[in-house]
Design a protein around this ligand. Structure first.
Ligand SMILES: [Zn+2]
Length: 365
């Protein structure tokens, strides 16, 4: 068994106050009419999928099944100046004007409730707190348990349940305030991190590696040929996957694309946009809990070799609360020094046992 490591989970319950309820009265207007029309066409009641129960399920499991080495700390709100490193002033003005309101922000059904703006500020600030802890050395690694998620949020636009781009705010803070020149962002959420990619598209000092389900799956971006532009050409690495791709393909992408890319780039800190909707319970891809743990083992060993172990996870998506909570738990187990499993193709062990069981049945002897 490897040596125990300390991991800090950053969590602030203000992130629970973001809870859009589509039955409440929203700000009237064109966006409201349009989205109500879309939802009415579904012919089934629609609930906001990115809800506080996601975080509650994670916290419950972490309290029920404690992991030695994991401790909790509270988060904090990001300042406007910190957010303005990756979002435009006019966009921030618009988001802040939504304080205490129920409203749609985007045609893709991204919405706010009265507590959402503060929750989003706290989500971004808590990602910053996690990076500060790891860079200062007060924690070996950290996990920011936040929502609303961030990786779809663009400099000027909320999208995909994301208001502010938490991981991008944290990366920009590491560069501006913490002496990190180069930041590697690994995004394994099932959806492409269009927002993060756009923010650092022409930036040679932020490498963005994103493995995701390929277009036309939401948001439709992240093709293999999208590699960044200008000085940032080559610093964006997309690995689009077909529906149902799982552990074996993911680990091959990590070992044969991410590892050499990271070794070439030599980051000062590694951030992970950790979504758990790539788990098969979310029905888009086929990653298992052992797969998430093994991917964690790979980024942890990269961080150990390249940047004094500095490794920060920031929660993104994951909508089945069981796979979400269990996925976070399996990541934290590895961060805390637990064993890194070697995932096998699902069912192979059972097939081998069945072969052994039946092998003498049909030989006629
Ligand atoms: Zn996602």
């Amino acid at each position: 068994m490897a040596e125990q490591r300390n991991v800090t989970v950053f969590y602030d319950d203000r992130v629970l106050h973001h809870a859009p309820d589509v039955n409440a009265a929203f700000l009237p207007g064109r966006l409201d009419k349009r989205i109500r029309g879309i939802l009415a066409g579904l012919n089934v009641p629609w609930k906001y999928p990115e809800h506080p129960g996601r975080i509650n399920a994670i916290i419950d499991l972490l309290r029920r099944e404690l992991i030695a080495g994991v401790r909790f700390e509270s988060g904090k709100a990001a300042t406007r100046e910190q957010l303005a490193r990756v979002h435009t002033t006019s966009y921030l003005d618009h988001v802040f004007s939504m304080r205490d309101k129920n409203a749609w922000l985007d045609v893709d059904t991204t919405a706010v409730s009265p507590g959402s703006v503060e929750a989003a500020e706290v989500a971004a600030g808590t990602a910053i707190a996690a990076v500060e802890a790891v860079v200062s050395g007060s924690s070996e690694s950290a996990f920011a348990l936040v929502r609303p998620p961030g990786h779809h949020a663009e400099p000027v636009r909320a999208r995909g349940f994301c208001l502010l781009n938490n991981i991008a705010v944290a990366a920009a803070h590491a560069q501006a305030e913490l002496g990190c020149q180069r930041v590697l962002i690994v995004d394994w959420d099932a959806h492409h991190g269009n927002g993060t990619q756009g923010i650092f598209w022409a930036d040679p000092d932020v490498m963005f590696f994103d493995i995701h389900r390929a277009s036309p799956f939401y948001p439709g971006s992240g093709s293999l040929q999208d590699v960044g532009a200008g000085l940032g050409e080559g610093a964006t690495v997309n690995v689009p996957m077909p529906a149902g791709a799982g552990d074996v393909a993911y680990l091959r992408a990590f070992n044969e694309i991410l590892v050499p890319a990271a070794e070439y780039f030599r980051p000062d800190v590694i951030l992970v946009s950790a979504g758990f909707d790539a788990h098969w319970y979310d029905l888009a891809l086929n990653v298992s809990f052992e797969g998430f743990a093994a991917m964690t083992g790979i980024v942890q060993s990269l961080a150990d070799r390249l940047c004094q172990g500095r490794l920060v996870f920031v929660l993104e998506g994951g909508y089945n609360t069981e796979s979400l909570s269990r996925g976070v738990h399996s990541v934290l187990g590895v961060l805390a020094g637990g064993p890194v499993p070697e995932p096998r193709v699902c069912g192979m062990e059972e097939v081998e046992a069945a072969i052994a069981f039946h092998q003498d049945a049909f030989t006629g002897e």
